[in-house]
Design a protein around this ligand. Structure first.
Ligand code: TTP
Ligand code: MG
Length: 357
């Protein structure tokens, strides 16, 4: 049987900000802001603000309605990256089997860890203590025999919690858990389950495999096992994403400069949208990719110049077109914009994490 720990920092961005602003500790506050247009969403909030119904990803304006006293604090990703690097360095003292889920969250497979008599609960306690000693921040941990239950466990008594879910009689023990706790059951699936009268793991346990597959497709197989506390997924040491790009291929080769710029701008807009998920990473390089009608391909790169703007990409493209007129003679079959992220540092133990420049 495997020994898995899931660690998740408590109100992460907000807790980090508290280190520099102890005055915030007893007040409701959130990370995020209002743009000039009155829009903007919160990254997270402290537990005092949560009592008012303030949540991650909530529009700031709505959060202020729920909690007029809410103090808004700007985010400082460099600080969060530094703390994140520290906690992953701590994890690496215990195992090389680390799967990074985000800046503040990871699965650790400690099945082969020789420290603390290979006692997973003691290991989790020690990790939490190391984190607190070295960062002054609290984390919550879940200890169990698979990923699903370790993750559920870390959320059971946040903040500063440690929960253990043992294998004996597990299906009964988890029968009262809400279906939303299942990995991959998001809002949409949750609503679908609710409509079918499925609110808890116990409700799911009453269905046959076939009934679950009929209702939820392939995912139904996972739900069948998850609702009984069975999860065979391995902890996968994380490979850091190195770049992100969006490209378009055309049915007929394009030659018109203005038209190509328009397509390039569409790529850029979609890329901006997809980059929202990667705000924790630093962008090192911008690039434009062109594939000509004869399949010859070229990439034009430049160092990042702060805030991403379309005219940086436009310039890269236009300069290349001026240099050689393949665009006009051959035509273009694919165009795209992309960014490369600051490279993750490769440590002795193969763990990658972010370092500051
Ligand atoms: P979470 O671990 O989901 O939340 P949290 O650490 O703030 O609070 P909890 O105690 O419940 O674990 O996310 C970690 C950080 O990721 C969070 O501090 C801010 C960021 N984040 C966003 O920017 N937007 C989001 O929608 C979410 C969920 C998180
Ligand atoms: Mg967290």
């Amino acid at each position: 049987m495997k020994k898995i720990i899931h660690i998740d920092m408590d109100y992460f961005f907000a807790q980090v900000e508290e280190l520099d602003r102890p005055d915030l500790k007893h007040k409701p506050f959130a990370i995020g802001g209002l743009s000039e247009t009155g829009r903007g969403v919160l990254s997270t909030s402290n537990y005092i603000a949560r009592k008012f119904g303030v949540k991650s990803a909530m529009p700031t304006a709505l959060a202020l309605k729920k909690c007029p006293e809410l103090i808004l604090v700007r985010s400082h990703f460099d600080k969060y990256r530094k703390v994140s690097a520290k906690i992953f360095e701590i994890f690496a003292r215990y195992t090389t089997q680390i799967e990074r889920l985000s800046l503040d969250e990871a699965y650790l497979d400690v099945t082969d860890c020789t420290l603390h008599n290979n006692d997973a609960i003691k290991i989790a306690k020690n990790i939490k203590e190391d984190i607190f000693r070295e960062t002054k921040l609290t984390a919550s941990a879940g200890v169990s025999f698979n990923k699903l239950l370790a993750k559920i466990g870390s959320d059971l008594n946040k903040p500063n919690g440690l929960s253990v879910l043992r294998p004996e009689g597990i299906a009964e023990k988890i029968a009262h858990f809400e279906v939303g706790k299942i990995n991959g059951v998001g809002k949409v699936t949750q609503e679908k389950m609710h409509k079918l009268g499925l609110r808890t793991f116990g409700d799911l346990q009453k269905l046959t495999l076939k009934e679950l597959v009929d209702a939820f497709g392939d995912s139904g197989v996972s739900y069948y096992h998850y609702c009984r506390g069975i999860d065979k997924r391995e902890v996968k040491p994380h490979r850091e994403r190195k770049s992100l790009s969006v490209e378009r291929t055309f049915h007929s080769d394009l030659k018109d400069h203005e038209e190509l710029l328009l397509k390039l701008e569409h790529c850029f807009e979609e890329m901006l949208d997809r980059l929202k998920k990667h705000q924790d990473k630093k962008i090192k390089t911008l690039f434009v990719k062109i594939k000509y009608s004869d399949f010859q391909q070229t990439t034009i790169e430049a160092a990042s110049m702060g805030k991403l703007k379309f005219n940086h990409f436009e310039k890269l493209f236009s300069e290349r077109v001026q240099e050689n007129d393949k665009v006009k003679t051959k035509g273009v079959r694919l165009i795209g914009t992309g960014v490369k992220f600051l490279r993750a540092k490769n440590l002795k133990n193969q763990l990658t994490f972010w370092h500051e420049t």
